[in-house]
Every structure is written in structure tokens, then in C-alpha cells.
Design a protein around this ligand. Structure first.
Ligand SMILES: Cc1cc2nc3c(=O)[nH]c(=O)nc-3n(C[C@H](O)[C@H](O)[C@H](O)COP(=O)(O)OP(=O)(O)OC[C@H]3O[C@@H](n4cnc5c(N)ncnc54)[C@H](O)[C@@H]3O)c2cc1C
Length: 341
């Protein structure tokens, strides 16, 4: 079948947490045909399948059984142009940040606030990636996926993907779909989104008057580099917990006790709290526990100081969850996917 399946492959360099667990078998696929062959092989042997993009939103809790399929398809194209928008399509294995750069090079606007998010395009819809006031769903048109249940290709539009804050159909029905390629609708004129205060301040400081998506992208990269540890130097998976959404009544009760608590009213009446603030108030910021810890400057980011196992990360994560639940009555939900073990 021409597939190069590697046995007992170390995934240490294939996940940004730098957790050195093994995949029982690993195969990289670059086309729909190779993907179908890999899935057929797994079916034939009754192996469970795990999909791997850039490994930037997962915690490896132990060896990964069965077949791990690394999505490595490449390709991007313009499908349609109109006076004010453009429809682009790219393959799941495309690196997200490189795709953002490509859109900016072509004068397409809309992805600049999502610059420098690690990982692949194919995983971006899984958690509806978001940053600096923009979420993927806002520019999302549709995607093509392989439904592993029926074996059929399907096209899913925005409503079918059931996007929500760091959530989608693909998290709700894990393992069912393999995302093959994604279509995004972008603008041909800049429409800067500067709701996030530090980004607005950085833009103001440039003194520029004409909106410039490339400059905004560079500012986003600069802010991100100053706030988030680089996984190449310090293993991490970005934000470890989602910002909790609370019913208004519960949030207001907390605000009576902690008036300085950051809170963001949502369109549906719920109130979003900052998980990082809760963790910091509970005293965890900078906490070290053996080979893992909470980042010194960013309480929402758990880090691997070197050689940590997934179990150590999860022990720390659960201790934080329990403590925050006791102190604030708020359940923190983990953002990365727990894989293997
Ligand atoms: C330093 C850092 C900063 C980050 N900042 C942000 C941020 O600002 N905003 C944000 O939203 N996220 C952020 N993240 C999280 C992460 O980058 C994103 O979630 C990203 O989209 C994950 O892509 P990936 O290819 O690495 O996915 P992986 O970690 O490889 O996979 C994540 C999940 O998607 C599944 N999957 C992968 N590919 C496919 C596919 N083709 N079809 C179906 N399922 C698939 C996997 O099985 C797994 O369940 C950050 C992470 C890091 C390390």
C-alpha cells in the first residue's frame, strides 16, 4: 500500500508539551488516498486511530495504542473572488501560522488576530481556535471531512460544525470525522478588530492611521511572544483551561466577594471569567511540582520543565481544578485533549 508505518515511534518532538510517549504505530499521510489506506489498515487489524496535527493541543497521558495518523497534506488555493471577499481552501496538514502569512501576502484580511497560533489548519475547527477577540468560526465557510462512521466524504457548513467557545461538533463527537480541507471566507479590504485592549494600545502606539492587517499581525505576534512561553524552549500546550462561562447570578455572587474579578458578559446572558485570574488568586502562579509547573508569568499555562510525563501534568491540573472549585465554586474545564494512557 506504500504506507510507511513506524512502530513504537517516540512522539516527544511531535507534541508541544514535549511529552515523550510512544505511539504503538505512527504513519504520516499526505493525501486523501493515503488517509483511506491508513484507515483501512487500522480497520483490518482493529486498531484504534488517533489523529495528530501539530500536537499543540494535547496531553499525552501514556502510550498511544493502535495507529496514530499524522495529518501532513499540503496545498492552498483561491476558489472564488468577489468585490469584497475571497473564498480560499487549504489542506488539513497546512501549518496554521504559515497559512495566515500566505493570506496576508495575497492581501486577504481576517486572520491577522489569529497569527502565531501553533498547529495545523485541520485541527483549527476542532476547538474553534480564537485569540485577541476573533474566533475561527467568524471567517469559516465550510470543510470537507471523512465521516469514519459511514466512510463517506461530507461537506459541513458553519452551522453543521456547531461552533462555540473552544468547542465544536468535532469535540462533541470525537473520532468520528477526519477533517481533510477547510474553506475560509476572507475580506479584500482591512477590517481591523481591535477590541482586545493591549492590541488596541499597541496599534495606537504605531501612530498609523490607515488600517494595516500585516502590522496588526506583527503586533499580535509581538504580544504573544511577550506573554506565552515558546514551546521550543519550554514545553506547553497554550492555555490549559477554558475560561469558565457562568450563569449571571453565580457570577454576580462572586463579584460581590471579589469586585476586581475580570468578567465578560456574553450575548446569551452568561458571564465569562478569566481562568488565569482564578488560578493566580488561588496562589498557583509560578508553582513548581517536580518536573511540571504553572508558568511564572501566565497562570493559565502549565509547563514541562523537562522530562515530565503526562500523568504529572494531569496531577497538577487536577489539584488546580480542585482548589479553584473549593475557593470559587467554579469548575475549570481542560482545553487540550487527553490522548493515550
Ligand atoms: C504556545 C501555544 C499557544 C496557543 N494559543 C492558542 C490560542 O491563542 N488560541 C487557541 O484557540 N488555541 C491555542 N493553542 C492551542 C493549539 O495551538 C490549537 O488548538 C491548534 O488548533 C491545535 O492544532 P494542532 O494541529 O496542534 O492539533 P493537535 O494537538 O495535533 O490535535 C488537537 C485535536 O484535534 C484532533 N485533530 C487534529 N487534526 C485533525 C483533523 N485533520 N481532523 C480531525 N481531528 C483532528 C486531534 O486528534 C486532537 O484531538 C495554543 C497552543 C500553544 C502550544
Amino acid at each position: 500500500m506504500g504506507l510507511a508505518v513506524v512502530s513504537q515511534a517516540d512522539l516527544g518532538l511531535l507534541n508541544t508539551f514535549g511529552i515523550s510517549e510512544h505511539a504503538e504505530r505512527l504513519v504520516a499521510v499526505e493525501s486523501d488516498g493515503q488517509l483511506r489506506d491508513a484507515l483501512a489498515l487500522a480497520r483490518q487489524h482493529d486498531w484504534p486511530v488517533t489523529l495528530l496535527g501539530g500536537g499543540s493541543n494535547m496531553v499525552l497521558a501514556g502510550p498511544v495504542p493502535g495507529l496514530t495518523v499524522a495529518m501532513r497534506s499540503r496545498g492552498r488555493r483561491v476558489l472564488e473572488r468577489s468585490a469584497d471577499s475571497v473564498l480560499i481552501e487549504a489542506e488539513a496538514g497546512e501549518n496554521w501560522h504559515q497559512l495566515v502569512g500566505w493570506t496576508l501576502d495575497h492581501g486577504f484580511h481576517g486572520l491577522e488576530n489569529l497569527s502565531l497560533i501553533p498547529g495545523t489548519l485541520g485541527a483549527a475547527p476542532v476547538q474553534n481556535i480564537g485569540a485577541y477577540g476573533v474566533e475561527l468560526c467568524e471567517v469559516f465557510d465550510s470543510l470537507e471531512a471523512l465521516d469514519r462512521g459511514s466512510g463517506q466524504l461530507c461537506r459541513l457548513d458553519r452551522s453543521a460544525c456547531r461552533f462555540a467557545y473552544r468547542d465544536s461538533l468535532f469535540k462533541q463527537q470525537p473520532g468520528r470525522f477526519v477533517i481533510l480541507r477547510v474553506r475560509l471566507r476572507l475580506g479584500t479590504c482591512p477590517q481591523p478588530r481591535l477590541d482586545y485592549a493591549p492590541l488596541a494600545a499597541a496599534w495606537q502606539a504605531t501612530g498609523l492611521r490607515r488600517p494595516d492587517s500585516r502590522v496588526i499581525s506583527e503586533l499580535v505576534c509581538r504580544i504573544r511572544r511577550s506573554k506565552l512561553p515558546d514551546p521550543v524552549q519550554l514545553g506547553n500546550a497554550g492555555s490549559f483551561f477554558k475560561n469558565p462561562l457562568l450563569p449571571a447570578g453565580q457570577a454576580r455572587a462572586l463579584l460581590l466577594r471579589w469586585p476586581a474579578m475580570p468578567h465578560y458578559p456574553q450575548a446569551d446572558g452568561s458571564i465569562k471569567l478569566a481562568a488565569g485570574w482564578l488560578i493566580e488568586q488561588a496562589g498557583w502562579k509560578g508553582h513548581c511540582q517536580g518536573r511540571v509547573g504553572v508558568h511564572r508569568e501566565q497562570a493559565l499555562v502549565l509547563v514541562n520543565y523537562g522530562g515530565a510525563r503526562g500523568a504529572e501534568v494531569m496531577t497538577l491540573a487536577r489539584a488546580i481544578q480542585q482548589d479553584v472549585a473549593e475557593k470559587f465554586g467554579v469548575e475549570l474545564e481542560m482545553e487540550p485533549q487527553l490522548i493515550g494512557g
